[in-house]
Design a protein around this ligand. Structure first.
Ligand code: PBG
Length: 331
């Protein structure tokens, strides 16, 4: 059957036949969004009794450990397979020292989740920006974010998470060589079964602004453009993904998602590892804001966007709308 075939033009061929009702549309649908594709991000904070909504992210909360149980049971009951954890430390310092502590906020959260929702897969974000006083994703010397020294600290952070029971670690710092560094550290300590989901193509994006409020991680000087990728580049994304796979990444993330569907599609076409897309805070905030103003149907737009991310080739989606989407999928 060729597209030029005479018989396939009007009036012999009428594409509307296969759009006539929901049943037939369901049968010819090319891509599907399933609850299995969703990963819910969570922000965890020290102390007790905190359930503080992030103003620019309606429905997303900073949660203290005692509030985590209810949240993760709800996520598990909705059928969402996984969460990704971001920690807000007690105290930030120059080197982000809480990041590597066995009693840090993330190790505590992992234990609480394993206790309350044992079937939920726990992924941890491995980065320093939430823990450093300057808000950068690495160790700073003379105003520069130093690479190799940071990789050593990230490997220790990943190890602290694995020791506490993390099922998967997700480095989001964009230092060179950190996947290899983390893989080696995990393997040496008996965690060769813990997969790495690397933020392989992470762009220096203005879409992260609400996250930085949620994680209290806005850089105190400069910006992240010396380590995160330049938005106009796509070939570079393929190189980054290729490097991360060679270093041992099991799953690669493209981030953000909505403005980078071409990157997701290119990565999907070029590589055979599972591809994740991170639909970031700004994407969520825009849809929530327009929805609240009555300008768009929030749920329908959200499902359309998540569907587009799947159509571009993502196997899984990290999204703040995971719970909303899971409910919508239930109907
Ligand atoms: C940490 C990290 C960031 C996000 C995920 N991990 C922030 C950043 O790089 O500034 C952003 C997520 C979002 O915007 O939803 N490095």
């Amino acid at each position: 059957m060729s597209k030029q075939d005479e018989s396939l033009v009007f009036p012999v061929y009428r594409p509307r036949r296969l759009r006539a009702n929901e049943t037939v549309r369901r049968m010819v649908r090319e891509t599907r969004l399933s609850v299995d594709n969703l990963i819910q991000p969570l922000f965890v904070i020290h102390g007790k009794g905190t359930r503080k909504e992030v103003p620019s992210m309606p429905g997303i909360f900073q949660l203290s450990i005692d509030h985590l149980g209810q949240e993760v049971r709800e996520i598990q009951d909705l059928g969402i397979p996984a969460v990704i954890l971001f920690g807000i430390p007690e105290r930030k310092d120059e080197t982000g020292s809480e990041a590597v502590r066995p009693d840090g906020v993330i190790p505590q959260a992992i234990r609480a989740i394993k206790d309350q929702a044992p079937d939920l897969l726990v992924i941890t974000d491995v980065c320093l920006c939430e823990y450093t006083s300057h808000g950068h994703c690495g160790i700073v010397r003379n105003g520069e974010i130093v690479n190799d020294e940071t990789v050593d600290v990230l490997a220790k952070e990943a190890l602290a998470h694995a020791r506490a029971g993390a099922d998967m670690v997700a480095p989001s710092d964009m230092m060179d060589g950190r996947v290899a560094g983390i893989r080696e550290a995990l393997d040496e300590e008996g965690f060769s079964q813990v997969p790495i989901m690397s933020y392989a193509a992470k762009y220096a994006s203005a879409f992260y602004a609400p996250f930085r409020d949620a994680a209290e991680s806005t850089p105190q000087f400069g910006d992240r453009r010396s380590y995160q990728m330049d938005p106009p580049n796509v070939r570079e994304a393929l190189r980054e993904v290729s490097l991360d796979i060679d270093e041992g990444a099991d799953i690669v993330i493209v981030k953000p998602a909505l403005a980078y569907l071409d990157v997701i599609s290119a990565v999907r076409a070029e590589f055979d590892v599972p591809v994740a897309a991170y639909s970031v805070s700004g994407e969520y905030a825009m849809i929530k804001a327009a929805g609240r103003n009555g300008w768009i149907d929030e749920t329908r737009v959200m499902m359309e966007v998540l569907g587009a991310i799947r159509r571009a080739g993502a196997d899984m989606i990290l999204t703040y709308a995971a719970k909303d989407a899971a409910r919508a999928l239930r109907g």
